[in-house]
Design a protein around this ligand. Structure first.
Ligand SMILES: NC(=O)c1ccc[n+]([C@@H]2O[C@H](COP(=O)([O-])OP(=O)(O)OC[C@H]3O[C@@H](n4cnc5c(N)ncnc54)[C@H](O)[C@@H]3O)[C@@H](O)[C@H]2O)c1
Length: 249
C-alpha cells in the first residue's frame, strides 16, 4: 500500500518504520518545513494518509484529504469537540476517515473493559471513581484524548457520574481538586518522558480497585495507526477505531 504521512514528529517517524516493515511504501511526508508539497496531486499518489500533527493543523489537513478524496487515519488529539462537523463533511463528501484518541490495541481492550467495569460498579455506590493520566511534559493537550475516552466510557455506563472535570499538575503531587459528587475527576500529570499511563481508580473506605494501562513506548500507537490505514484504505465512511476490533465477550 502507498501511504502519505502528515506530521513527521515522534509518531510520524515510528509510523514510517512500522509501515516499511509491513512492506508499505511512503510516497509523501509532510512537516512544517515543506507544507507547499501538501497538494491534492501529491496526496492522490497515496492509498491512505496517516495524520499525527498538532491540534492547530489537524482540521485543515483533514479538509485537504477530503478534497483530494484520499482516506485519512487521524491520530492527532485535541480536536474532538469538532467531531460532529467533521463526520458530517466526511459523509456528505463520500470520504473515508478513521480517528482514535489512542490506536494501541491494548488501550482499546482497556476501553472495552472500562465500560464493562463501570456497568458492574452501578451496584456498588459506596465506591467513588476517578481517572489519572500521566504523560511527558511536551504534550500539548490536557486531559489526554485517551483519558477523555475513558471518562466518557464511565459516564455513559455509571449512573452516578454526569460530566468530567480536569485538574492538571506538572509534578507527581496529587490534587483531588474540588469536585461535585456527580463529576468525574480526571487528574492529569506531566512528568519527564512518560509515553502514556492511564489508571481508573474505584475507592471505598475499605479498599481500592485500580485498573491501569501503561504504554512502554510509542510503538503500539504507531502499529495501530498502520493497521487502521490497512483496514480503511478501500472503505468509505466515518469510523472510530472500535470498528476495527471485535471485542465480543
Ligand atoms: N491517537 C493515538 O494513538 C496517539 C498516540 C500518540 C500521540 N498522539 C497525538 O498525535 C499528535 C502528534 O504526536 P507526536 O508525539 O508525534 O508530536 P510531535 O510534536 O513529535 O510531532 C508533530 C509534528 O507535526 C508537525 N506539524 C505541525 N504542523 C503541521 C502541519 N500543518 N502539517 C504537517 N506537519 C505539521 C510538527 O512540526 C511535528 O514534527 C498529538 O496530537 C498527540 O497527542 C495520538
Amino acid at each position: 500500500m502507498k501511504i502519505a504521512l502528515l506530521g513527521y514528529g515522534k509518531m510520524g517517524k515510528i509510523i514510517e518504520k512500522i509501515a516499511l516493515s509491513r512492506k508499505h511504501e511512503i510516497v509523501l511526508t509532510i512537516d512544517h518545513d515543506n507544507l507547499h508539497d501538501l497538494t491534492a496531486e501529491n496526496l492522490q499518489k497515496a492509498d491512505a494518509v496517516i495524520e499525527f500533527t498538532m491540534p492547530a493543523s489537524v482540521l485543515s489537513n483533514i479538509d485537504h484529504c477530503f478534497n483530494a478524496g484520499v482516506p485519512i487515519v487521524v491520530g492527532t488529539t485535541g480536536w474532538h469537540d469538532k467531531i460532529d462537523e467533521v463526520k458530517q463533511r466526511c459523509e456528505e463528501g463520500n470520504n473515508a476517515l478513521m480517528y482514535a484518541t489512542n490506536f494501541s490495541v491494548g488501550v482499546n481492550i482497556f476501553f472495552h473493559i472500562n465500560r464493562m467495569l463501570a456497568k458492574v460498579m452501578n451496584n456498588y455506590p459506596y465506591y467513588d471513581v476517578q481517572v489519572e493520566e500521566i504523560h511527558h511534559t511536551q504534550k500539548l493537550d490536557a486531559p489526554s484524548g485517551t483519558a477523555i475516552t475513558i471518562a466518557e466510557g464511565i459516564i455513559d455506563n455509571l449512573e452516578s457520574k454526569n460530566e468530567w472535570v480536569n485538574v492538571l499538575t506538572t509534578d507527581d503531587s496529587h490534587d483531588d481538586g474540588n469536585v461535585a459528587t456527580d463529576q468525574l475527576l480526571i487528574e492529569s500529570m506531566r512528568i519527564d518522558s512518560v509515553p502514556g499511563t492511564h489508571t481508573v481508580i474505584y475507592d471505598s473506605e475499605v479498599d481500592t480497585i485500580e485498573f491501569k494501562h501503561t504504554a512502554h513506548n510509542r510503538n503500539g500507537f504507531a502499529l495501530g495507526a498502520v493497521l487502521a490505514a490497512e483496514w480503511l484504505h478501500d472503505k468509505k465512511g466515518f469510523y472510530s477505531v472500535e470498528a476495527m476490533f471485535d471485542f465480543k465477550a
